[in-house]
Design a protein around this ligand. Structure first.
Ligand SMILES: Cc1ncc(COP(=O)(O)O)c(C=O)c1O
Length: 382
């Protein structure tokens, strides 16, 4: 299907092509100097002591769960309204998932009240997801976590560049996990980043990233080491220099592109006002500065969402759903500790959410065209 207006698109130009060419010409492709620069620049950008680049956001989450010490017998609380990777990462460790509800129809982030309700003496970690790049209530969540000695992982896959109270998302918890998947605000195709302020945690994550080995091929190439020890079970979750080079260029464009996303989001909000209260737009008056990763709207209850999306598709406009809730998936339905009664808001919003196109190169006129298509679909289905 070739869309007139796709759901997302990326800002990729001659700078990325030349950065990748430089890496190819250097003839060093695996993790090395370019990755180290990318990590240094990313850590400085978000204001973290350490940043470690990894193969993808799921690998970042998996390593964060391992660094948290999660294993069989432990419980980790995660929202059900997220991409399945957030939950899979917990499951890889053998720990039990406990799904939390989201705050409200306006705030699609994990509910601090739900966390308080789900706490048991086996709870060891919380994974928060900053939906669409909009901040979770980190002051309250961190206070709760510290009171109960819980490890906090921020799934900041949507939130690169977002901040709350002047502090970047991904630096509030013990570990921040970012994704550079091809539809993300900063993309390397596949890629991810871990951030932390804690030295010991960083060393643990660094070992886990590369087979528990004490030196890298790069260290030996530089003549810094002849051999290595393996001091624990680790993985190959390394990134490569080609992706790191892409990441450096993308990072340099991030603030400009996020500002453009926020401008388009504001235009959407103003244009969609005429369809209120039938169409509502989550995160109205939300605290912090969002990366505006996606543009979610909520349809009125009872409307047939698929045929609504079909109507918009007939105009050549792509839409999506964020997210089918994880606790309803076949692979998750019965295996983990879930109580459907405890997730009423997730159940409601996940049935009514539709994501409209949003990306930095989207034109203002396109926003108007999309809102017109939403209006027409609404009239047709009411
Ligand atoms: C909320 C969330 N968490 C985790 C991930 C996983 O990231 P990746 O695709 O880089 O493994 C994604 C990516 O789509 C995501 O949106």
């Amino acid at each position: 299907m070739s869309w007139r207006i796709p759901l997302s698109d990326i800002d990729l130009g001659p700078e990325e092509i030349s950065a990748v060419q430089d890496v190819l010409q250097s003839r060093w492709l695996t993790m090395g100097a370019v990755t180290q620069e990318f990590e240094r620049e990313f850590a400085a950008y978000v204001g973290a002591q350490h940043a470690l680049a990894v193969a993808n956001g799921t690998a970042a989450l998996h390593l964060a769960c391992l660094a948290a010490g999660l294993g069989p017998g432990d419980e980790a609380i995660v929202p059900s309204l997220t991409f399945v990777a957030t939950a899979n990462a917990v499951r890889y460790t053998g720990a039990t998932l406990v799904f939390a509800d989201v705050v409200s129809q306006n705030d699609l982030n994990i509910s601090p009240q739900s966390l308080e309700r789900l706490l048991t003496d086996r709870t060891r970690a919380i994974i928060v997801v900053h939906y669409g790049g909009y901040a979770c209530d980190m002051p309250r969540i961190m206070a709760f976590a510290r009171e109960h000695s819980l490890f906090v992982i921020e799934d900041a896959a949507h939130a690169v560049g977002s901040d709350l109270d002047g502090r970047k998302l991904g630096t509030w918890g013990d570990v921040g996990c970012f994704s550079f998947f091809s539809n993300k605000n900063l993309t390397t195709g596949e890629g991810g980043m871990l951030t932390t302020d804690r030295d010991a945690l960083c060393e643990k994550l660094r070992l886990l990233r590369s087979h528990g080995m004490t030196t890298l091929t790069w260290d030996r190439h530089k003549g810094h080491a002849w051999s290595y020890d393996v001091i624990g079970l680790g993985y190959n979750y390394r990134i490569d220099e080609i992706r790191a080079a892409l990441g450096r260029v993308q990072l340099s464009k991030l603030d400009r592109n996020n500002a453009r996303r926020r401008h388009l989001t504001q235009l959407y909000r103003e244009s969609l006002q005429e369809l209120a209260p039938q169409i509502s737009v989550p995160f109205t008056h939300h605290p912090g500065v969002s990366s505006a990763h996606i543009m979610p709207i909520l349809l009125p209850p009872g409307i047939n969402r698929v045929s609504f999306m079909e109507s918009i598709k007939s105009e050549g406009i792509q839409t999506s759903i964020h997210y089918p809730p994880i606790h309803k998936f076949t692979a998750y339905h019965s295996s983990d500790k879930t109580n459907d009664d405890l997730l009423p808001v997730t159940e409601d919003v996940s049935a009514r959410e539709v994501t409209l196109p949003l990306y930095p190169t989207l034109a203002e006129d396109d926003v108007i065209t999309i809102v017109q298509a939403v209006r027409a679909a609404l009239v047709k289905h009411n």
